[in-house]
Design a protein around this ligand. Structure first.
Ligand SMILES: [Ca+2]
Ligand SMILES: [Ca+2]
Ligand SMILES: [Ca+2]
Length: 166
């Protein structure tokens, strides 16, 4: 009986609570990696890639990937790619050697910076790391935009998108 009640309370909560992602801006798929503006290691050891999706010179979209391993190597990028066919390879050029980061193909997190102020406004998590296909969920809003005024920001995004796509 208690379990039934708990379930009912949970169901009521889920029904009454506004869905977190209802008015959040829709998550877009990661642009082609070749169009990235920057990439680097985050403090947590993940590899982030920044994109300027509207090409106004300011980064507005990030992806974060799990790094499987990283190492120095004198091998060329093609050779290293051959060693890790199921991963993405990022490399820094040093004089005679390269430093390679072997990252998972698909991101674990996606982050939007709607107002391009450097503070992420919406972070989405894709636990399956299978690309943007609808099973991603709102994760956090470090800037507070996604929790305080997700309704108005959703409208801003809608109108911004309208202006962007004639
Ligand atoms: Ca931009
Ligand atoms: Ca922001
Ligand atoms: Ca997914």
């Amino acid at each position: 009986m208690k379990r039934f009640l708990t379930l009912n309370v949970l169901l009521a909560y889920l029904t009454l609570a506004p869905p977190v992602s209802w008015s959040d801006p829709p998550l877009i798929a990661e642009p082609p990696l070749a169009t990235q503006s920057t990439w680097n290691l985050a403090n947590n050891g993940m590899l982030f890639v920044g994109y300027d999706t509207d090409q106004n010179g300011k980064i507005d979209f990030h992806t974060l990937r799990v790094v499987r391993t990283s190492y120095f190597s004198k091998h060329s990028l093609d050779v290293v790619k051959g060693h890790h066919p199921k991963h993405l390879i990022f490399t820094s050029n040093f004089t005679t050697t390269h430093y390679y980061y072997i990252a998972l193909k698909q991101p674990l997190f996606y982050a939007k910076d709607l107002n391009e102020d450097g503070h992420w406004d919406y972070i989405y998590k894709d636990p399956n790391q299978d690309g943007v296909n609808g099973n991603e969920a709102f994760y956090d809003s470090p800037s507070g935009m996604g929790t305080a005024s997700s309704m108005s920001s959703g409208q801003e995004v809608a109108s911004a998108n309208k202006g962007r796509n004639p």
